[in-house]
Structures are given as structure tokens and as C-alpha cells.
Design a protein around this ligand. Structure first.
Ligand code: RTP
Ligand code: MG
Length: 156
């Protein structure tokens, strides 16, 4: 899925509700293009509790899980499939560490330093491995033919 003979990798990126409501979408897209990513597919949608819980099911036993689900369902999210050589780890590097408070100090040019608030409200998501990327791209039914640009505004 997604990783062709070009050596490019696809990853799932998401601007979380605080990023969308804070009007960071255009600035984040500019950062994405400047870093050399292609946006293969994009979709503005809203997660219900069931969808957010399933997306983050690896964290279901964590103390912060119910807060995470409430946060992720608090408004629209902007989901993108990004493509680039080393796309998975390069996107993780661009967003910075999970805790946006720490990001502002240790990674001041990261996206989470730009628009995040704390360890929960960190304004963006990135797949943490190529296998996670594959799962998450399929999760949102965004596994599309290479080079096909398609904007959608669907409800999940
Ligand atoms: P993400 O999956 O959203 O890209 O974030 P991540 O890999 O950097 O961090 P992860 O450990 O996967 O956590 C998923 C999201 O849960 C929220 N969180 N809250 N202590 C807390 O309150 C806490 N810890 C994590 C964050 O929104 C985090 O991005
Ligand atoms: Mg994660």
C-alpha cells in the first residue's frame, strides 16, 4: 500500500480539533509543502466517539484515554495522506515531541511548538511506523492510487 518503486513512503497526518479551530490548517499545509511532502489525499471530517476510540485503541487502557477521545471528538479534524522519501519518520520529526510544552523548548520550530498547548492538546497526529501508517491510511479508507489527488468532505 502506498509505497511504490520510487522509495517514497506514505504516512497519515491529522490536524486535530484544536489545530483546525485555531485556523492552523493553511500554515501547516505550507510547512508540509516546504518540507518536500506531497499531499496525496485530504479530507475534512469529524470523529465520533467510536471512531476516535478505534483509531487510538492502542491507548485504551491508559488513564488519559477518555480525555483523548473527548478531545479528538471536540470538533472537525483535517486528515491527510502525505508522501515523501522517509515520509513516516520525517513527518514525526516535523511535528515534534508529544508534549507541546516540551516541544516549545526542545523543538521550537516544530509544528507542535507552533500550535500545541500541552501533552494532550498537541494539534497534530503522525503515524509512528510504516505499519501504523498502513493501518491508519486504510482506517480512513484513504488508500488510493498513486498520484490521485482527491479532496473529500465526508462524514465517517
Ligand atoms: P499521536 O499518536 O496523536 O501522533 O501522538 P504521539 O504518537 O506523539 O503520542 P501517543 O503516545 O501516541 O499519544 C496519543 C495522543 O494522546 C494524547 N495524550 N494525552 N498524558 C496525557 O494527557 C496524554 N498523553 C498522550 C495526546 O493527544 C497524544 O498525541
Ligand atoms: Mg501515537
Amino acid at each position: 500500500l502506498g509505497n511504490g518503486a520510487s522509495g517514497k513512503e506514505r504516512t497519515l497526518a491529522m490536524i486535530k480539533p484544536d489545530g483546525v479551530s485555531g485556523n492552523y490548517t493553511d500554515e501547516i499545509k505550507r510547512i508540509i509543502f516546504e518540507a518536500g511532502f506531497d499531499i496525496v489525499k485530504e479530507m475534512l471530517t469529524e470523529l465520533d466517539k467510536e471512531t476516535a476510540s478505534a483509531f487510538y485503541e492502542e491507548h485504551s487502557s491508559r488513564s488519559f484515554f477518555s480525555h483523548l477521545v473527548t478531545y479528538m471528538t471536540s470538533g472537525p479534524v483535517f486528515v491527510m495522506v502525505l508522501e515523501k522519501r522517509n515520509g513516516v519518520s520525517d513527518w514525526r520529526g516535523l511535528i515534534g515531541p508529544t508534549d507541546a510544552k516540551k516541544a516549545k523548548i526542545s523543538h521550537p520550530h516544530s509544528i507542535r511548538a507552533l500550535c500545541g498547548k500541552d501533552s494532550q492538546r498537541n494539534c497534530v497526529h503522525g503515524s509512528d511506523s510504516t505499519s501504523s501508517a498502513e493501518r491508519e491510511i486504510k482506517f480512513f479508507s484513504m488508500d488510493v492510487i498513486s498520484g490521485d489527488i482527491d479532496s473529500e468532505h465526508d462524514e465517517l
